[in-house]
Design a protein around this ligand. Structure first.
Ligand code: 9MR
Length: 378
């Protein structure tokens, strides 16, 4: 479907963060500002029902490490964020330590700015995350609260945060990484499960649903790409919660991959078995890291292997009916979390630090385009 000219002009205007002036609206179709190839961006070539997303860099990879918040100042970053994607996820800005830094004190400015950006650029937002063992503030983890107090703290947090963005967040990673690799619940490091028992998981979903009945509520985890003990645990848990009347809409697979390991060839079959339960599925944090010793560049073979992984993951998602959201965990190596966490590894995203598109970018673009030839989606 050809995108109507008026619509194209409006999107172009918001994409480059300029006011929609009559002059801009009157540009001939196909006219693009230098450096912004509007028509071949990922969101423009994606099938209509597929959201193509990225994490919005920011919030810091380590509390102890100086790290700029590119969303606030990097204009090229912002332009590409708007031009390429129709779904965005806060990388850190909604995690407890950022949004709830002191007891009873919420800091919403960063997330408000992301939500506003999404609205201006006609993007949906994935909320990440409400219930996790990591990136919790010290006041919470070391607070020695009673069970009743903890329950009230969690309820207040979920209702306040979900309620604030009701109608503005499409999907929530309500619970993140609740299982160990062997499929047992994280009863030690997850404060909620440890202190309040597994039943609290259902309550988290109930409170989120009450605060925004329209939002789609997900479990999200890593290491669940294939069929294994951890993904089996979700396959067993979700229908059990639903049978209790708890609203769970989807299962999300993060997808932090490495070229050191083979591609998880059973990804599609795994997504499909959740789809068969009537659930939505999503890929929420994909990146594909590789070995790049300091002072070296990735080889063409490495980049090709990486592109293949991105492509196969996207194909798996597109093939499964209700897998309609595919998010990369950052789109430029300039701000990727990977080198900070994995010494000697990096290059995990689809663009170089200077935003040059890598083979992985083109693999995504081709896959989206061939999934729905000629259909414009913004
Ligand atoms: O990308 C995030 C990085 O900036 C943080 O320092 C890190 C701390 O845990 O979290 C990263 O994002 C994680 C996400 O929230 C959950 N899945 C794993 C991601 C990569 O660690």
């Amino acid at each position: 479907m050809k995108v109507p000219h008026v619509l194209a002009a409006a999107v172009l205007a918001s994409t480059i963060l300029l006011p929609a002036t009559p002059a801009l609206a009157g540009l001939p179709e196909g006219h693009q500002p230098p450096g912004l190839a509007k028509q071949d961006t990922l969101r423009w070539v994606a099938p209509k029902d597929v959201k193509i997303g990225t994490a919005v860099a920011g919030g810091g990879h380590h509390e102890t490490q100086g790290y700029p918040d590119p969303f606030t100042f990097d204009q090229e970053y912002r332009q590409r964020l708007a031009a390429e994607f129709n779904s965005i996820s806060p990388e850190n800005q909604l995690k407890w330590e950022f949004v709830h830094p002191e007891q009873g004190v919420y800091r919403f400015a960063e997330m408000d700015a992301i939500v506003q950006f999404a609205q201006e650029n006609k993007q949906v937002v994935r909320g990440h995350t409400l219930f996790w063992h990591s990136q919790n503030p010290a006041w919470l983890e070391q607070g020695n609260f009673s069970k009743d107090e903890l329950r009230a703290i969690l309820k207040d947090h979920i209702q306040t945060v979900v309620g604030r963005y009701a109608g503005k967040i499409q999907q929530w990673d309500v619970a993140n990484e609740i299982f160990n690799d062997n499929g047992t619940l994280r009863t030690t490091d997850n404060i909620w499960i440890r202190e309040l028992g597994p039943e609290i998981i259902a309550d988290a979903f109930r409170w989120a649903h009450e605060a925004d009945p329209e939002a789609k509520l997900f479990f999200n985890d890593y290491g669940v790409e294939g069929i294994n003990a951890k993904s089996n645990a979700y396959l067993e848990l979700i229908p059990r919660l639903q049978a209790q009347g708890v609203q769970v809409d989807g299962f999300a697979i993060q997808g932090h991959l490495s070229t050191r390991y083979g591609f998880p060839g059973d990804l599609q079959a795994n997504l499909q078995r959740f789809d068969d339960l009537g659930l939505e599925t999503a890929i929420t944090e994909i990146d594909v890291r590789m070995d790049v010793p300091v002072g070296t560049e990735p080889t063409a073979a490495q980049l090709k292997q990486q592109a293949g992984y991105y492509q196969r993951a996207l194909e798996a998602c597109i093939t499964v009916d209700e897998c309609n959201s595919f998010t990369i965990w950052g789109f430029t190596d300039k701000y990727s979390w990977v080198p900070v966490f994995f010494a000697g590894e990096g290059e995990a995203t689809v663009m170089e630090e200077d935003f040059t598109r890598k083979p992985a970018y083109y693999a995504l673009q081709d896959t989206l385009e061939s999934a729905s030839p000629g259909r414009g989606n913004r």
